[in-house]
Ligand binder design. Structure first.
Ligand code: BGC
Length: 397
């Protein structure tokens, strides 16, 4: 990709090998290997508009007489370099992880749009490690990026890193996941409560009416504020029915770090505890739905129990067509990533783009934008995900 230098290094991702039901296209076959490649993009030195250090005392003796003139020249160069920095901003993008399919698409489409707008992007991915992500953000700050865009692994652990950005006067945009108790400038995301409502709302009318329905609930990572919002949305729909005794939650748990293998363990525990007589499993995303479905498959229950998801991952869309997953929630990622790139560039240039909403993060009302989400099942897969070009029809088979 022009404007970025990619440095690849392997990181062990044991879960990727055994628990992800691999999507059947060459692009995703790599997920079956033990090694998972994290790609970091670093700005090329020549494109990095960081200011040069000029020391006039170091000029050679024969140009000594010219020193004042040269110094002035250097100052002019410095001023125009600073100006160039605003015209061609450098964006630091700090990602929690690249292990789910969606984040790779977020990264690629964000970089493409930022470059189209004349910006350079430095990308770091923390492999779901808080200490590493704080270090990533601090390194981006020390490289004097003009703006930071952060997808936090842990909304609370990032508070400290944002404080460092505030001290360095670098604006911060929280992308998809909120950063708590911190002075951030924007929060750009999807309507996460609506995601949860879409998941539970899809299941409820399909549950048996003649007896209390028996469901399992698998939430996301407890460190991710979004996971709580998805649960909140599900609660909005399920709460009254649970209270009325129409739905019985036979088992529930949080899947640490959104790992499919953790979801599989939760599903195994649910069957052990509550038996095979289950009507639905409300799972918060497609990756963990894959883990839960693997457990159901081992028990001969896949396709017999309704399972939800989120992200419209290719493997999930294939499962929907095969009938082992009932639905997913499609989030048009390019809409969000392009919006974020535009806002990042504007903010880097000193602008204050308008937000459509605010959300309190414990420290302030953060100017926010919530993009809409679309529930998808086998009936509208083609008219949404495929029609949008998110996946090719041929890849779904
Ligand atoms: C995102 C989901 C994603 C999950 C796991 C959430 O914060 O909103 O789209 O599936 O994290 O990465």
């Amino acid at each position: 990709m022009p404007g970025v230098q990619q440095v690849e290094h392997p990181v062990r991702q044991h879960h990727a090998a055994t628990f992800l039901e691999p999507a059947r296209t060459p692009r995703h076959r790599g997920a079956q290997r033990e090694e998972f490649w994290v790609v970091e993009c670093h700005a090329l030195a020549s494109l990095d508009p960081r200011l040069p250090v000029v020391n006039p005392a170091s000029f050679p003796r024969r140009v000594m007489n010219l020193r004042p003139a040269l110094f002035l020249l250097a100052l002019t160069a410095l001023a125009s370099a600073a100006f160039a920095s605003r015209e061609k901003p450098v964006i630091g993008l700090s990602l929690d992880t690249l292990k789910e399919e969606r984040w790779q698409r977020d990264r690629d489409t964000f970089i493409a749009e930022a470059q189209r707008l004349g910006a350079t992007v430095i990308v770091q991915s923390a492999n779901s490690d808080d200490t590493r992500q704080v270090r990533d953000v601090e390194s981006l700050i020390s490289r004097k990026v003009d703006v930071l865009v952060i997808v936090p692994h842990n909304g609370s652990a990032m508070t400290r890193a944002v404080k460092s950005a505030n001290d360095a006067k670098i604006p911060v945009i929280a992308y998809d996941r909120l950063i708590l108790n911190a002075q951030i400038d924007y929060y750009l995301t999807f309507d996460n409560v609506k995601v949860g409502e879409a998941q539970a709302g899809y299941i409820v009318p399909r549950l048996p009416k003649d007896r209390p329905a028996r469901i399992v609930r698998i939430y996301g990572a407890p460190t991710d504020n979004n996971a709580k919002l998805f649960k909140q949305g599900q609660d909005n729909i399920l709460g009254p029915l649970i209270k009325a005794g129409k739905i019985q939650v036979v088992h529930e748990d949080w899947a640490l770090d959104w790992k499919p293998e953790n979801a599989k363990k939760i599903m195994n525990a649910a069957v052990t505890k509550a038996g095979r007589n289950l009507d639905a499993v409300i799972v918060s995303n497609d990756g963990t739905a894959g883990g839960a479905i693997q457990a159901l498959q081992e028990d001969g229950l896949a396709g017999k129990v309704l399972v939800t998801g989120q992200d419209a991952d290719l493997a999930a869309c294939q499962r929907i067509l095969r009938g082992t997953q009932a639905m997913t929630v499609y989030k048009p990622l390019t809409k969000l990533s392009h919006l974020a790139a535009r806002i990042a560039v504007e903010v880097a240039k000193g602008g204050k783009p308008a937000a459509t909403s605010t959300l309190h993060n414990g420290a302030k009302d953060v100017p926010s934008i919530f993009e809409a989400v679309i529930p998808v099942d086998k009936d509208n897969l083609l008219s949404t995900v495929v029609a949008d070009g998110f996946h090719k029809a041929a890849d779904l088979k």
